[in-house]
Write a protein that binds this ligand. Structure first.
Ligand code: GUN
Length: 291
């Protein structure tokens, strides 16, 4: 069997087009423009790239983008004051503080200072609790994007065996909650799980989010399973020339594609869906704010 490729890049473009269409209708009918504020502290190069890309796509769907760049040595009180100001600003419907923050800043304190209804990352403790108890919540963007691709590919997920490899607060735990919400039988595995190969071999759905290059070999994948690879790992690629590198996922793609029914590529799978879901969450926050 050769797996169907789940094209996250194309799917993300359709999600963004739907968001753009809805934004245009809100502007027309209510004269409201959804606004997303992104706060970047310091000059981490990877964060710079993400923030620039978020800003560009925010504007492309017709929303207002507000970028706040603060120096690495910003005092916690000053960052909290900025968040307070954004919480009170009715033109700002979504707030995202880019992580990681410099070491002297308390990430949890900062995230929990964001008004929960503007927390488009879904990281605020109240959104985490709401998701866990099945209440209306802001849902973290990466797992939301994974769920949308799974539903699009499989239709109903009810009764399927799903394994999530990775237990992070940003991906693994919320992913497990979302799959439970769709009536999957969910196992949360991680790097210490005993007999991980056996656990994965029973799964109809595999979501890999461990952050280790090609950690999951292809022979762990059940015939016909759906594989969602969240990992983005840069590895050396001497075959492309000296000092060259390439991106790989947490799953050995070439091997897994022999067994899987469908699989997301890296790059071009989960990655583009994350920003598309951030824009969708900002639109949701705007709609909720304006009834
Ligand atoms: N840094 C890497 N991924 C993310 C994300 O999804 N949200 C935020 N706020 N920071 C990140």
């Amino acid at each position: 069997m050769t797996a169907q490729i789940i094209d996250g890049k194309a799917f993300a473009a359709t999600v963004r087009a739907k968001v753009a269409d809805h934004v245009a209708r809100i502007k027309e009918a209510q004269n409201i423009t959804p606004g997303l504020a992104v706060v970047l502290v310091g000059d981490d190069p990877a964060s710079e790239v993400y923030v620039r890309s978020k800003g560009k796509l925010t504007v492309e769907v017709g929303m207002n983008s507000y970028e706040h760049r603060l120096p690495a040595e910003t005092a916690e009180a000053d960052l909290l004051a900025l968040i307070e100001q954004l919480n009170a600003d009715s033109d700002v419907h979504g707030i995202l503080v880019q992580l990681p923050l410099p070491k002297h800043l308390d990430e949890s304190l900062v995230i929990n200072a964001i008004a929960p209804e503007k927390d488009v990352d879904g990281f605020h403790i109240s959104n985490v609790g709401r998701l866990a108890t099945g209440q209306k919540a802001m849902v973290p963007c990466t797992p939301l994007g994974c769920l949308m691709m799974l539903r699009d590919h499989l239709g109903s997920l009810s009764g399927l065996n799903a394994v999530v490899i990775g237990r992070s607060n940003i991906v693994g735990k919320p992913m497990a909650q979302l799959l439970l919400g769709d009536s999957c039988t969910v196992t949360v595995a991680h790097s210490r799980t005993k007999d991980l190969a056996d656990v994965v071999r029973r799964a109809d759905i595999v979501v890999a989010a461990v952050g280790r290059a090609e950690f999951v070999p292809g022979d762990w994948i059940k015939k016909g399973a759906t594989v969602i690879d969240v990992g983005i790992n840069r590895v050396a690629a001497p075959e492309k020339g000296e000092g060259k590198s390439r991106l790989v996922g947490d799953v050995n793609y070439a091997q897994a594609a022999q067994n899987a029914g469908a699989i997301t590529p890296v790059p071009g799978g989960v990655g583009p869906m994350t920003i598309a879901c951030l824009l969708a969450n900002t639109l949701t926050a705007c709609c909720r704010a304006h009834g």
